[in-house]
Design a protein around this ligand. Sequence first.
Ligand code: HEC
Length: 103
Amino acid sequence: MKIFSSVVFLCLLVICIASCAKKTTPTATVIAAQPKASLVINIEEGQRIYQASCGRCHRLPSPAEFTQRQWTPIMDRMCRKARFTENQKANALAYVLENAKAI
Ligand code: HEC
């Protein structure tokens, strides 16, 4: 009987220690967000690509034909048509906005 109770005691002790053992929290896998490659704006390059590409389907519009506010959505549409990369678009947009109609 004494042996039996000490076995029970030992079992309880083991269960207690096991349940009190520090739970290992699953370590979250942190996927570091890739920093977006920063765009280097080059207005001269923007002018070059604008003049080379934006007259392909229609006459080349002058940047002064539209205001900055008008150009922004137009460039969103047209740079897609011209299949510009993100950087080419940023350059062309910078050129256009620089030379856009005042108001
Ligand atoms: C693949 C052919 C194509 C290319 C390349 C292209 N365009 Fe266009 N563009 C069009 C078509 C088609 C229209 C008329 C329909 C429309 O507005 O979507 C148009 C219309 C326009 C208009 C008149 C929009 C308006 O709202 O009055 C402007 C301004 C313009 N394009 C500028 C550009 C510029 C700037 C580029 C260079 C980034 C460019 N386009 C490249 C096909 C093209």
